[in-house]
Design a protein around this ligand. Sequence first.
Ligand SMILES: NC(=O)c1ccc[n+]([C@@H]2O[C@H](COP(=O)([O-])OP(=O)(O)OC[C@H]3O[C@@H](n4cnc5c(N)ncnc54)[C@H](O)[C@@H]3O)[C@@H](O)[C@H]2O)c1
Length: 472
Amino acid sequence: MSAIYQTATDSALSPSRILETVTSADKSVNSAGHGLIESIVARDAIIGVVGLGYVGLPLACLFAERGFQVLGFDVDVTKTDTLNLGASYIEHIPDDRISAMRDSGKFVASTDFAKLREPSVLIICVPTPLTKHREPDLQYIEKTGAAIGSTLRPGQIVILESSTYPGTTRDVLKPLLEAGGLRSGTDFFLAYSPEREDPANVCYSTSRIPKIVGGDCQTACDIATILYDQIVVGAVAVRNPETAEFVKLAENIFRAVNIALVNELKVICMAMGVDVWEVIEAAATKPFGFMPFYPGPGLGGHCIPVDPFYLTWKAREFGIHTKFIELAGEVNAAMPEFVINQLTQQLSARQGIALRGAKILMLGIAYKKNVDDLRESPALVIYEMLLKRGAIVSYHDPHIGAIKPTRDHPALSGHCSKELTAEEIAGADAVLIVTDHDQIDYDMVVQNARLVVDTRNAVARAGIDAANVFKA
Ligand SMILES: NC(=O)c1ccc[n+]([C@@H]2O[C@H](COP(=O)([O-])OP(=O)(O)OC[C@H]3O[C@@H](n4cnc5c(N)ncnc54)[C@H](O)[C@@H]3O)[C@@H](O)[C@H]2O)c1
């Protein structure tokens, strides 16, 4: 498969040569596939992006910036209204990027799902969370599949990008699309291509990350590969959607397991009086066989704490128990408790006070640095645990002015970020660094704090060495 792709997408080839190369290699390309490839290469194809969140919005921007007409769909009318006014609602995507694509006439957002008929390419980027019982929650994919199925017309390609377990594209989405009588591979095309977005990563934005593509048939794979090759550095074709679905989970499980490993190493290092961050930096000088991962207060975000359990759930169907994944989950989930125990010990040893009644200022509550995303943030777990143990808790986060309602932490809803002043810092018994946002003035924090407990090595990375800082 990759052979077809490599020849077909050679940027030196003209559109007609690309088409000729693909169609001669893939004899199954029918007139519907032929027309779609032609319109993609000519950039006449309208692209529909369903779900305009952290993944869908930058993808829509990229297609519009590369000259495609983009129709964005979302169920949230405040998001579509904001975008149609030329403004962004995601902090690291600037307003002028949205206004530029709106003003160019290349982008319109809509909540009108009857318009799903208009694009010839439909890319699904809706959420895939876990249920309360930590099982895959496919309701958003199912609703989108049913909506597309009711408007599907011959000649469209549907590509699922949401992270999910192997089998979702063909076992869950495809029947919904075929419900009206059209058939994948002849009337319309179906593929899976995982999103690998890393929000706020300045080195690797969407266009610099290769796309994995798995088609329900060879033609679907060819079309999706050519499509993504128009907007990213390269597309990598794999045998089928299940392989592509597995690739995404493998990548995230790799991260979850390695983060668990360094979290465990941190606990051992601390018991031995060794600085785990120094160990990792030194080990990373080895030019092969070691890749640095960093410990922290626990896992966060929409992907790493969630996706591994999609595979765990699916593996059960095959009688397989995912020991590694479960163990990594256990180690990572124990980190908030570990951090609080360290904080409690430091308050007692250095100030002779208990956690109950102590004033704790949390620095950073987003799940990772420099983003405004709170999903699955370990800070919320720590925040609630501290409150339950009688601490008086406040927070400062330059990216999160107030905590929005969440299913798992409703009691924190409405809590607001404090301004980070010398008085605020000095008034706290301890400052707990949970998220290492770049724009925090760590020097000012250390100068004014009685005690700083740093879960991210942020103070040392800022070049500050002070006796009132404890790494946890
Ligand atoms: N955020 C990331 O860093 C990241 C990275 C890689 C993969 N992913 C995966 O991409 C998918 C989307 O994640 P996200 O972070 O963009 O989520 P998000 O919550 O930011 O965005 C999803 C959007 O879909 C909309 N939506 C929900 N139901 C819909 C429906 N039926 N029709 C149309 N729109 C609907 C929501 O209103 C929201 O705007 C998930 O599967 C996630 O695991 C996310």
